[in-house]
Ligand binder design. Structure first.
Ligand code: ADP
Ligand code: ASP
Ligand code: MG
Length: 401
C-alpha cells in the first residue's frame, strides 16, 4: 500500500473537538487505501506554557530537563488522537519519538535527526494501524529524550516521509504558503508551487510556516511537501524541485524576522586578530551570527556590527565584557529596535536590478535601514521596528507578492 505522512500543527489540534474533526479527514485517507502516519504537535500553546513552568521552577533550567518536559506536550496529542480514532473503530497507536525510532544528535533543545529506524512504524502499518507519532522529539545516544527546536514537528514529518519514501502533507492554520505572511499583509497571494531553495531561504529568514531544517531534509531527499489548511478543503501549496517557470519571477516571497538584534562594536584596533578574537569567542559560546559589516577608520581603529537572535542577548553581553577587559578603549551597544525584512527569489540569480529597485522603493517611502546583506537568492534589510509594516506593504505591492 502507498504511505502518506500527515502533520497537524498546534493550533489545528488545540482542542479534542478539533482533533475529532481532523480524525474524519485522516480516516478519509485511510479509506482511500493509504497507509497513514500522522505527526502531531502539542495542543495549542502547550509548549509555551511548559516553558513558562520551567522558568517558574528555575532561573536557569537544565536543557536536558527542558527537553524531557517539552516532549510531554506532543505525547498528550498522540494519545488523545489514538483514543479518538480507536473509538471511531479504526486501530491506531501512538508512538513517542523514542518509540518511533527517531535518533538524534546535538545539543539539548536543538537536536538534529541523525537517523530513523522505521521498522516499528512499518510493523504497525502492516498490522493495519494508523500510526500517530509525537512530533519535535527523539532520543540521543545516551537514551535521553531530546527535542528538535521550536517548530520541529515539521522536521519530524518530513524526515519520516523521506525515510518512508512518500510525500509529507503539512496541515496548518493558513491555506498554504503565501508570498508574505497573510497576517502581516492580508492581500498576499497564495502560491501553487514554491521551490525547495526558496522555501528554505524564506524559512531561515523568518517565515515560520515551515521549520527551515524540514525543507533542508525535503530538498536533500527530494521529498515533495504539501502545505494546506487543516480544516478547509481548498488547494494549498506544493514545495518541490524548481523548474524553469519558477525563475520567471525575480522575487517569490518576503519574510520578516523579529527575533533579531544588532550589536555595534566600536574602536577595535583594525587588525585581523581582533576581528578573529571577537568571532571566535562568539562561536565558542554557540552564538550564531548572521549579518556582519566592518568599517575601518584612518586612525587605525575599526567598527564592527553584526546581527544575531534576541535569545543570545545575555551570552553576547558576557562575550563583549571579556573583549572590553582586553581592549579597554573598545565600546559597544546592542540595538534591539530591529526587524529583518528579506526578499527571496531564485529569479535573482539571472535577473539584475532587484537590489536597485528595492533601494528605490525604500527610499521613496522614506524608510532607512541599518544593515543590508545578500545571498545568491535573497536580499535582507535590517530596519527599525516602526518601519516594518510600511516596508512589507511597499515591497509586497510592487512585486505582487
Ligand atoms: P503550526 O502550528 O501549524 O505549525 P505555525 O504557526 O508554525 O503553524 O505556522 C503557521 C503560521 O505561519 C501562519 O499562521 C502564518 O501566520 C505564518 N506564516 C509566516 N509566513 C508565512 C507565509 N509566507 N505563508 C503562510 N503562512 C506564513
Ligand atoms: N510543539 C513544538 C513547538 O511549539 C513543536 C511544533 O509545534 O512543531 O515549537
Ligand atoms: Mg509550525
Amino acid at each position: 500500500m502507498n504511505t502518506v505522512v500527515l502533520k497537524y500543527g498546534g493550533s489545528s489540534v488545540s482542542s479534542v473537538e478539533k482533533m475529532k474533526a481532523l480524525a474524519q479527514r485522516i480516516l478519509q485517507r485511510r479509506d482511500a487505501g493509504l497507509d497513514v502516519v500522522v505527526v502531531v504537535s502539542a495542543m495549542g500553546k502547550t509548549t509555551n506554557h511548559l516553558l513558562e513552568l520551567a522558568h517558574e521552577a528555575s532561573s536557569s533550567p537544565s536543557k536536558r530537563e527542558i527537553d524531557l518536559l517539552l516532549s510531554t506536550g506532543e505525547q498528550v496529542s498522540i494519545s488523545l488522537f489514538s483514543m479518538i480514532l480507536n473509538d471511531m473503530g479504526y486501530p491506531a497507536i501512538g508512538l513517542t519519538g523514542t518509540q518511533a525510532g527517531i535518533k538524534t544528535k546535538g545539543l539539548h533543545t536543538r537536536n538534529t535527526i541523525e537517523d530513523i529506524d522505521v521498522s516499528r512504524i512499518q510493523k504497525h502499518l502492516s498490522e493495519g494501524k494508523i500510526v500517530l507519532v509525537a512530533g519535535f522529539q527523539g532520543v540521543n545516544a545516551l537514551g535521553d529524550i531530546t527535542t528538535l527546536g521550536r517548530g520541529g514537528s515539521d522536521t519530524t514529518a518530513v524526515a519520516l516521509a523521506s525515510k518512508l519514501a512518500c510525500n509529507a502533507e503539512i496541515y496548518t492554520d493558513v491555506q498554504g504558503i503565501y508570498g508574505v505572511d497573510p497576517r502581516l499583509y492580508p492581500n498576499a497571494n497564495k502560491l501553487d508551487f514554491i521551490s525547495f531553495e526558496e522555501m528554505k531561504e524564506m524559512a531561515f529568514l523568518g517565515a515560520k510556516v515551515m521549520e527551515p531544517r524540514s525543507i533542508e531534509i525535503a530538498h536533500r531527499f527530494n521529498t515533495a511537501v504539501y502545505v494546506g489548511s487543516a480544516h478547509e478543503d481548498v488547494p494549498g501549496t506544493w514545495i518541490k524541485e524548481s523548474d524553469a517557470s519558477m525563475e520567471e519571477k525575480s522575487i517569490s516571497g518576503l519574510s520578516v524576522s523579529e527575533n533579531v538584534m544588532m550589536v555595534n562594536v566600536r574602536k577595535l584596533p583594525a587588525q585581523a586578530k581582533h576581528m578573529a578574537n571577537l568571532f571566535i569567542r562568539l562561536a565558542e559560546n554557540d552564538i550564531n551570527v548572521d549579518m556582519i559589516t566592518q568599517s575601518q577608520h584612518p586612525n587605525g581603529m575599526m567598527d564592527v556590527a553584526f546581527t544575531t537572535s534576541l535569545e543570545e542577548l545575555d551570552m553576547v553581553q558576557s562575550v563583549l565584557k571579556t573583549i572590553t577587559d582586553e581592549v579597554p578603549q573598545c565600546e559597544w551597544d546592542i540595538d534591539q529596535d530591529c526587524v529583518k525584512v528579506s526578499v527571496v527569489g531564485i529569479g535573482m540569480r539571472t535577473q539584475t536590478g532587484v537590489a536597485a529597485k528595492l533601494f528605490a522603493l525604500l527610499s521613496d517611502a522614506d524608510i532607512g535601514f541599518k544593515l543590508v546583506t545578500t545571498s545568491e537568492i535573497s536580499i535582507s534589510y535590517t530596519l527599525s521596528k516602526k518601519d516594518k509594516l510600511r516596508a512589507v506593504d511597499v515591497i509586497a505591492e510592487h512585486f505582487h507578492l
